[in-house]
Write a protein that binds this ligand. Structure first.
Ligand code: MIC
Ligand code: SF4
Length: 656
C-alpha cells in the first residue's frame, strides 16, 4: 500500500508496535537536541540514569535561552551543561552561537533521520525531511541513554501546496494561514505532511519556518519531502553527503487534507493573544506600533534577514519605533557582517542583539506598558513578552520591516512597497553559510564518564513523586480555563527563567500570571496533618499547550499536585505529567468541569484497580457528595509509569 512520507520514516525506525493511529510504538532516535532552559533538568535526569556514552548517533546541547547572565546562575548552568557534554560524548554549542533549531538545521539535520528535542519547536528539522519531535526533558534523557522514544502513532494530515508566493508574502504567511484554518488544537495527534507542486518555490529555511510553527497547531511534528531544493541547501552547507531523496508514495492516502494555493495568500497577522487569531494585515485596522522584533527560531534565517536588510537599506526606522533584531546563528551574523547587510540594519536604526532566543522568551526587550509589538516569532501568549498588558502581533519579516519604517502595522504588498521604491532581493534558494566551529565543542572520545560534573549552588535536585497509592484525597487548588499554556503554568522571562535548575524556587511563581495564590494554597494542603494526600488542578480544553517545559509538571509536583483534571490535554504536557507521576485525567462529560470549584475535596478509591481496568475512573466530590467519571486513556507503559510515581522511579526499579 502506498505510504505517506511520515510513516515511511517512522517505519524505518520502528522497534516495536504497529503503525496504526493511536497505537503505541517505540522508535529509534538518531539524534537529540537540548537547550539550556530545559537542559539542566534533562542532564540531571540523564545522570540519574547513569549512562555511558550517549546511545544516539548525535546529541547536541545548545545554550540559547538563558544568555543574559544577570547573576551567577546561568553561567553556572552553562558550565554544568558543558561538563555533562564532555562526560557523555555530546556536542556542546556555546552561548552566542545561536538558536538551537536554526543551528541544528544548518549543521546537523539530515533527511530521513529522527530527532527528539527538549523544546517544542524541534519540528523545525521537518523542513529537511526529518521526523523531528519536541518532548519533555525526561523523554530526551531516555532517548540519549537508550536511543529510543515511545509515542502514540499520529494520524497524517496532508497539506497540498500549489502555486507560488507573491512578493511581500512569505513562509510565515503560509503557516499563519494553516493556523487560521486549523486552530491551535487542529494538529493534536497528527503529523502535518506537506506535498505538491508548490513546494519547489519554498526554500529549506521557508519550509523550516512552516514546520517550526506547526508546533502552534499542537501537531506532533510537520514534515516536507527531501528534494532538489533540500540537496541544494545541504550542498551549500557543505553537507551534500547526508542528502537523500524522500517523498510520499504516489497515491498514498492522508487521514485528512488541506489545500493551500500559495498564489492566493496575502500578508497575514496573528493578533493578540493566540497564534491562531489570524487576519489579513489589511483588515487588522490602524495599529500604531511601539516595537518591532525580528528573529526567533521561526524567522531568523539568512534569507529572512537579507530581506529585512533590503527593506531597511538607506531608510530609517520610524522615530517612535524600537526595532530589535536577533540573528538565528553566529554564522548568519558573520555573513551579514561580511556582505555589508549588517551595516544597512544598524544604519537604519536597528538594535542588533545576540544570536539567541532573547525577546521571544521574555529575556529582555519587553515592550512598554500597553505597548504594541510586531514580532516574527511563533507565540504571542499574554505576558510572555514580559509586559502583561502588551499586545503582541505575529508577522512575517517583510511585514515587520516595512512596519518598522512606517510606524504602523502595514505591508508593501500590492504595490505600496514598490511605490516607495523598495525592491525585495531575489535570493538564491540556498546561500553557503560557513559553520562557526569557534562556538562548538566536540568531545567524541570514548569514555569520559569520569569527567567531574560542575554544579553551581543554584542547581538543585529535581523532585520525585511517590508510587501511586490505593486512594487519593485531594483538594482543588486551581481552576483554570481553556487553552492554558505552559507559560501560564510556569512563566519564563528574566525573573524566573534563570532559575530553571532550581524547581523549589521556581515553584513560587507557578501560575503567577493567572492567580498568585496558587503556591500558598498548595502549601496549606501539603502541610503535615492537613489530612489531604495532595492537590488537584482543574483545567479546560487543550490544557498545557505551548512549550515543552517540564517545569510546568515539576513545579506542580513540588507543590504537591497529584492529579490534573481537564477537558483535554496538549501532547507534550500530558507526557510530562505522566513522566512525573501526576495523573492527567479527562472529564467523560465535559459539563463536569463546570460543576467543580476551587477548594472542592475529591476522593479517588481503588486507583490501581480502576487504572488497570482501562475504563472510566470514578471520582467523588465531597462538596455535594456527587460522583463523576474521568478517562485516562493510558497505554500499558504509561500505567507502569504512574504506578511507579514517574519515569525515573520506574527506570530505577521503584515500581510496585
Ligand atoms: C518556548 O518557546 O516556550 C521555549 C522556551 O523554547 C520552550 C522550552 C522551554 O520552556 O524551555 C519550548 O518551546 O519548548
Ligand atoms: Fe527560543 Fe523562542 Fe524558539 Fe522557544 S520559540 S526555542 S524561546 S526562539
Amino acid at each position: 500500500m502506498p505510504k505517506t512520507l511520515a510513516y515511511k520514516i517512522l517505519e524505518d525506525h520502528l522497534l516495536s508496535g504497529r503503525l496504526v493511529p493511536g497505537e503505541e510504538i517505540t522508535i529509534r532516535m538518531d539524534q537529540t537536541l537540548t537547550q539550556d532552559a530545559t537542559g539542566t533538568m534533562v542532564y540531571l535526569q540523564l545522570e540519574a540514569l547513569d549512562p555511558g556514552r550517549v546511545a544516539t548517533e548525535l546529541s547536541v546541547s545548545y545554550v540559547d535561552h538563558n544568555t543574559l547572565q544577570s547573576g551567577f546562575m546561568n553561567a553556572d548552568d552553562h558550565a554544568f551543561l558543558e561538563s555533562v557534554a564532555k562526560r557523555h560524548g555530546i556536542v556542546f554549542s556555546k552561548a552566542g552561537n545561536g538558536i538551537c533549531h536554526q543551528l541544528h538545521l544548518e549543521n546537523f539535520g539530515a533527511p530521513g533521520k529522527t530527532l527528539l528535542g527538549s523544546d517544542s519547536h524541534t519540528p523545525t528539522g521537518g523542513g529537511l525531511g526529518m521526523i523531528a519531535i519536541g518532548a519533555g526533558g525526561l523523554d530526551v534523557a531516555v532517548a540519549m541513554a537508550k536511543g529510543t522514544y515511545s509515542l502514540a502513532v499520529p494520524k497524517v494530515l496532508g497539506v497540498r501546496v500549489t502555486g507560488a508566493l507573491r512578493p511581500w508574502v512569505s513562509a510565515k504567511d503560509v503557516i499563519l494561514y494553516v493556523l487560521q484554518k486549523l486552530s491551535v488544537k487542529g494538529g493534536v495527534g497528527k503529523i502535518v505532511e506537506y506535498y505538491g507542486d508548490g513546494l519547489k518555490a519554498l526554500s529549506v529555511t521557508d519550509r523550516a519556518t512552516i514546520t517550526n510553527m506547526g508546533a502552534e497547531l499542537g501537531a506532533t511534528t510537520s514534515v516536507f519531502p527531501s528534494d532538489e531544493t533540500t540537496r541544494a541547501y545541504l550542498a551549500a552547507q557543505g553537507r551534500a553527503d547526508v542528502w537523500k531523496p524522500l517523498a510520499a508514495d504516489p497515491g498514498c492516502v492522508y487521514d485528512e487534507t488541506l489545500d493551500v494555493d500559495l498564489s492566493e495568500l496575502e500578508p497575514l497577522v496573528a493578533l493578540p493573544h493566540s497564534p491562531d487569531n489570524v487576519v489579513p494585515v489589511r483588515e487588522a485596522g490602524p495599529v500604531k506600533v511601539d516595537q518591532v522584533a525580528i528573529g526567533s527560531c521561526t524567522n531568523s534565517s539568512f534569507a529572512d534577514l537579507m530581506k529585512v536588510a533590503a527593506i531597511l537599506k538607506g531608510r530609517s526606522v520610524a522615530k517612535d519605533v524600537s526595532l530589535v533584531i536577533a540573528p538565528g546563528s553566529s554564522a548568519i551574523l558573520a555573513k551579514l557582517a561580511e556582505n555589508g547587510a549588517l551595516a544597512d540594519l544598524i544604519r537604519a536604526g536597528a538594535r542588533v542583539i545576540e544570536c539567541a532566543c532573547g525577546p521571544c522568551i521574555g529575556m529582555g526587550q519587553s515592550p512598554c506598558s500597553g505597548g504594541v509589538s510586531l514580532r516574527t516569532f511563533n507565540r504571542n501568549f499574554r505576558g510572555r513578552s514580559g509586559t502583561p498588558d502588551a499586545g503582541i502581533y505575529l508577522v512575517s519579516p517583510e511585514t515587520a520591516a516595512y512596519s518598522a519604517l512606517s510606524g504602523v502595522l502595514s505591508t508593501g504588498f500590492g504595490g505600496a512597497g514598490d511605490a516607495d521604491g523598495i525592491a525585495l532581493p531575489s535570493l538564491p534558494a540556498a546561500e553557503p553559510l560557513r559553520k562557526n566551529d569557534a562556538f562548538f565543542l566536540y568531545d567524541a572520545a570514548a569514555d569520559k564518564t569520569n569527567t567531574p560534573l560542575v554544579m553551581g549552588p543554584n542547581i538543585k535536585p529535581f523532585p520525585l513523586n511517590k508510587p501511586l497509592p490505593d486512594t487519593l484525597f485531594l483538594r482543588v487548588t486551581m481552576k483554570a480555563g481553556d487553552n492554558i499554556t505552559t507559560d501560564d503554568i510556569m512563566p519564563a522571562g528574566t525573573k524566573v527563567l534563570p532559575y530553571r535548575s532550581n524547581v523549589p524556587y521556581m515553584s513560587n511563581f507557578c501560575f503567577e500570571t493567572i492567580d498568585t495564590g496558587f503556591p500558598e494554597r498548595c502549601r496549606t494542603v501539603t502541610e503535615e496533618n492537613s489530612g489531604y494526600d495532595g492537590c488537584a488542578i482543574v483545567g479546560g480544553q487543550n490544557y498545557g499547550q505551548g512549550s515543552s517545559r517540564e517545569h510546568a509538571a515539576l513545579a506542580p509536583l513540588h507543590l504537591g499536585v497529584r492529579v490534573v483534571l481537564a477537558r483535554s490535554f496538549a501532547r507534550i504536557h500530558r507526557s510530562n505529567l505522566i513522566n512525573s507521576g501526576i495523573l492527567p485525567l479527562v472529564f467523560e462529560d465535559p459539563a463536569d468541569y463546570d460543576r467543580l470549584a476551587l477548594f472542592n475535596e475529591l476522593y479517588f478509591e481503588n486507583l490501581p484497580g480502576q487504572l488497570r481496568s482501562g475504563g472510566p475512573i470514578t471520582v467523588r466530590n465531597l462538596a455535594d457528595q456527587s460522583s463523576f467519571r474521568v478517562l485516562g486513556g493510558f497505554s500499558e507503559q504509561e500505567i507502569d509509569l504512574l504506578f511507579a510515581g514517574g519515569k525515573i522511579n520506574l527506570l530505577k526499579g521503584g515500581s510496585r
